[in-house]
Design a protein around this ligand. Structure first.
Ligand code: ZN
Length: 243
């Protein structure tokens, strides 16, 4: 029998999801988010950029406000009303102190027990190379979850009134090719399709397919592909790091 994934922890109230671009959370993770918000959990989205370099035919100044608007709509589709942007530059996010500090500040502000991010590794598994933005943000999130709890790292944050928060218990990495945990996607799957579909401008530029068919095929296919490792249930998978 194929090795089974563990169910994600459920003993938490607040999560902070930190990713590089509008749409990063919608390519799978949003089905899990919908289930969590149904259960009354409080989830905040934090985007490192506004995805302004994501559409070839649209200049960044015009693209940024549009993608911000689409991201807010896609968050709302799965019950998330708090969406924040760090305004790092799309495509050239630098892993480093500035990014770690910005994320640590958000962790201190929102005090999550669970932090979620997207694949920080070099590839998606196999030969599909990951993007530098995903790698930079994913790694900075894993680091900043700990930075947030140490009063001597970024003391300037305490001066701004952001007290250390050492309560992050897990960082869950979505889109990992070596997942350890999963969430049943059944309840949230249809809303996750709506959520991805909210990135309409982006998706219309990406594919000639009917946008709704594209979103449904992608998300249903991914959730079904994970089912054999989760007792036959369609699933969103995560690689879970505990602190
Ligand atoms: Zn991305």
């Amino acid at each position: 029998m194929t090795e089974q994934l563990e169910p994600m922890p459920t003993d938490w109230r607040r999560a902070l999801a930190v990713v590089a671009h509008p749409d990063d959370l919608e390519y799978g993770c949003a089905a899990a988010v919908a289930g969590w918000t149904d259960g009354g959990r409080d989830i905040t989205y934090l985007l490192a950029t506004r995805g302004e370099a994501g559409i070839d035919t649209l200049e960044p100044e015009k693209c940024a406000p549009l993608r911000e608007q689409e991201q807010r709509a896609s968050a709302a589709a799965v019950g998330v009303s708090r969406v924040e942007f760090l305004d790092h530059r799309d495509g050239v996010i630098e892993y480093g102190i500035a990014l770690r500090r910005d994320i640590a500040a958000a962790v201190r502000r929102h005090r999550p027990e669970l932090v979620i991010t997207l694949n920080h590794r070099d590839t998606w598994g196999g030969v599909a190379w990951n993007t530098p933005d995903h790698r930079a943000v994913g790694r900075a999130v894993l680091d900043a979850a700990a930075d947030a709890g140490n009063r001597w790292i970024f003391p300037e944050l305490a001066e701004q009134g952001l007290a250390p928060w050492d309560g992050v218990r897990w960082v869950a990495v979505a889109g990992s090719s070596t997942p350890t945990h999963a969430v049943d996607a059944t309840a949230g799957l249809e809303r996750s399709v709506r959520s991805l579909l909210a990135h309409r401008t982006y998706i219309e530029a990406l594919t000639d397919e009917d946008p709704e068919a594209y979103c449904r095929t992608f998300l249903t296919g991914n959730a079904q592909a994970s089912a054999e490792r989760f007792g036959g249930r369609p699933a969103v998978t995560f690689e879970l790091f505990a602190r």
